[in-house]
Design a protein around this ligand. Structure first.
Ligand code: URA
Length: 429
């Protein structure tokens, strides 16, 4: 097949609820990556996929075509097994930071290729870049050497990995087609399969602060991704976890690094510790090392030692003071009672408006910006006592951040509390 005419046929087939055959999928993904299918044609196809879906076979073939657009990494020469985690994105979701060194301290190598944040969800690389000197870009050889010596790497995915996804993701972002389950599943899994991890744990977020607002759609996404991973020979499981409430007590960059270091020091917020341990146990089981209890490695300091080695190996100073914002603003609790709701989207939007996130992918982020909340749902609050502290370098940003938070919490009685557990369900092959 060749030429723009074939792209039109493919768009019309999906528009009319047809199933694309393997040759059509291979061609359209390859031709789009090469620039032979125009952005407006791929936009129309992405919208047809969003509206009409794809069969399991189509999603699997689409994923394979995206993998084939770039290189595949291979960690089989390492002396230890590998496991990775992917989160579909949340607010205050700093879990990768303590998790990668923790799992490495248990004897399993963690090759974490991460991204930058866009919109209200933060990006792991933006958080780590708050650490003075730390660099996100590593060559494949540097990554391999660090995995052997330290056991954990968190770095930017190189341009060679699933280039079709890079192009398509940017297009989906501006065409209202991010939320299609087949496109999210193939986007995430093409990168994770190409990365070459042996085991994979997916943290599929559900709730106001997540892509997936309801459990049924999140389960559909989780089942699709677990199927794709399993078919590709990656031991894959997914946890569905709550993202109606932001994780921990902080959303931003440096403020989340600080909270992660507390967890590595054996403290930190209960929910961050609980989720870090739950994901670590799944990763260790997938890598065949469920004989090790990760809680011991937090308690004995070995996860912290691995964190320091991991940061230092990428040029960072793990003992340096973290940057702070030039201005802070306290928001007092308007009433006394129990904090019954803290909305993840409201907090994520506030952190973003304070400068912790970006509106366009080329925008810079402020290392010190973010939101710290002094109570979590279930905690007592007292009228006039600080409920939030906002951080930014640019005072003009407070007003819009405060507007985001205004409807984002409720104070009431303990009986009004939502009882959704943090880990809602587990999806295995
Ligand atoms: N994360 C990705 O990598 N891809 C998506 O499509 C959505 C979230």
């Amino acid at each position: 097949m060749s030429g723009a005419h074939d792209a039109v046929e493919i768009i019309m087939a999906k528009r009319d609820r047809g199933e694309l055959d393997d040759a059509q999928i291979d061609w359209v993904v390859d031709a789009y990556t090469r620039g032979d299918v125009a952005d407006e044609q791929m936009s129309a196809l992405a919208m047809a996929i969003l509206l009409n879906g794809m069969s399991r076979r189509e999603i699997s073939r689409w994923t394979d075509a995206m993998i084939a657009s770039g290189e595949r990494m291979d960690f089989s020469a390492l002396s230890r097994p590998t496991a990775d985690k992917h989160s579909t994105g949340g607010v205050g979701d700093k879990i990768t930071l303590p998790l990668a060194p923790l799992v490495a301290a248990c004897g399993v190598a963690v090759p974490q290729l991460s991204g930058r944040g866009l919109g209200h969800t933060g990006g792991t690389l933006d958080k780590l870049e708050a650490i003075p000197g730390w660099r996100a870009g590593l060559s494949n050889d540097e990554m391999m050497a660090q995995l052997e010596s330290v056991g954990a790497v968190i770095c930017a995915a190189g341009d060679g990995l699933a280039p079709a996804d890079k192009k398509l993701y940017a297009l989906r972002d501006v065409t209202g087609t991010v939320e299609a389950v087949p496109l999210i599943a193939s986007s995430i899994m093409s990168k994770k399969i190409a990365e070459g991890t042996g085991a994979l744990v997916l943290d599929v977020k559900v709730g106001t602060g997540a892509f997936m607002k309801d459990v049924d759609t999140a389960r559909e996404l989780a089942e699709t991704m677990v199927g794709l991973g399993t078919d590709a020979g990656v031991r894959t499981v997914a946890l569905l976890t709550d993202m109606s409430t932001p994780l921990g007590h902080a959303a931003g960059n440096a403020v989340e690094v600080a909270e992660s270091v507390e967890v590595l020091a054996g403290g930190g917020p209960d929910d961050v510790v609980e989720l870090t341990l739950a994901l670590a146990r799944e990763m260790l089981a997938g890598a065949g090392r469920d004989d090790v209890d990760p809680a011991d490695k937090l308690a004995d300091g070995s996860a912290m030692d691995t964190w320091k080695a991991m940061i230092a190996a990428q040029g960072g100073d793990p003992d340096a003071e973290l940057p702070t914002a030039r201005h802070t603003h306290e928001v007092p609790a308007p009433a006394s009672g129990v904090l019954t709701r803290l909305d993840a989207m409201a907090v994520g939007m506030a952190a973003w408006r304070l400068g912790a996130g970006r509106a366009r992918k080329e925008d810079p982020v402020q290392a010190g910006a973010g939101v710290v909340w002094h109570a979590r749902p279930g905690d007592d609050v007292t009228e006039g006592e600080p409920l939030f502290t906002l951080h930014t370098d640019d005072e003009a940003r407070f007003e819009r951040a405060l507007a985001s938070l205004a409807g984002g919490f409720d104070i009431g009685e303990a009986s009004d509390l939502d009882t959704t557990p943090l880990v809602i369900d587990r999806v295995a092959p």
